[in-house]
Design a protein around this ligand. Structure first.
Ligand SMILES: N[C@@H](CCC(=O)N[C@@H](CS)C(=O)NCC(=O)O)C(=O)O
Length: 222
């Protein structure tokens, strides 16, 4: 299988965590989103030009991170299961996966991409809305994580694969305040998970391309 991705990109972290958790062999292919020729070829795999994409042994592209992780979990059912076999429990995992993608990743990316724009086209109002959305999400996460170690309860699942990259970069653009101790402890727990530590260490050489200094200190990770 080939995995088209970039080591800095948060949605790519989400799938890399799943691949490392389940110890699945793959061929990594780094995509340069800034190279028009490479992108016109890449759009054959990903019509919207988005990373990541997994290409199976038959050459079939699989897009959308949650779909890729469900595919991996079905094809490689070894532990850890990232989607519970119990259908009710799987709904909760899908709910929290969607929550982190839409309520954390999206506003985090809004703030980051605004930094990359030239000043006259920046969107101060949209950025303030995104910050408020992140703070509201932190409150929900703080409540949810006060009762269990992982996003959807006792077990590490796809929801945690989704949570880490969003929260990691969100904590840089809108720090998780002291009023959210469970959310902060959750991010710390995620970063110390070996698969996540590996992803962050592989991303570290690229942090200089992030438009602001990356806040959570990965130097303290084993
Ligand atoms: N919903 C998509 C989101 C993927 C996504 O937004 N990827 C970003 C990188 S983190 C990207 O490709 N951005 C470039 C673009 O949208 O043109 C998924 O879950 O796979």
């Amino acid at each position: 299988m080939q995995f088209f991705f970039h080591p800095l990109a948060s949605f790519c972290h989400k799938v890399l965590i799943a691949l490392y958790e389940k110890d699945i062999a793959f061929e990594p292919v780094i995509v340069d989103l800034g190279d028009p020729e490479e992108m016109s070829r890449f759009r054959r795999l990903s019509p919207m030009g988005q990373i990541p994409v997994l290409v199976d042994e038959q050459g079939e592209p699989i897009g959308e991170t949650s779909v890729i992780i469900e595919y991996l979990d079905q094809r490689f059912p070894q532990a850890p299961r990232l989607l519970p076999t119990d259908t009710r429990a799987a709904l909760a995992v899908r709910y929290w996966d969607r929550f982190y993608d839409f309520q954390v990743e999206v506003p985090m990316q809004k703030i980051v991409t605004d930094r990359l724009r030239p000043e006259p086209s920046s969107d101060a109002f949209g950025v303030e809305q995104a910050r408020a959305q992140l703070r509201a999400a932190y409150a929900v996460i703080d409540r949810q994580l006060s009762t269990g170690p992982w996003a959807a309860g006792e077990d590490f699942t796809m929801a945690d694969c989704a949570a880490e990259p969003g929260l990691f970069y969100a904590n840089t653009v809108e720090p998780i305040g002291v009023e959210f101790p469970h959310a902060a402890a959750y991010l710390d727990r995620l970063m110390r998970r070996p698969a996540v530590t590996r992803v962050l260490k592989e991303a570290a050489p690229y942090f200089r391309y992030f438009p602001m200094p990356v806040k959570p200190d990965i130097a303290m990770l084993a």
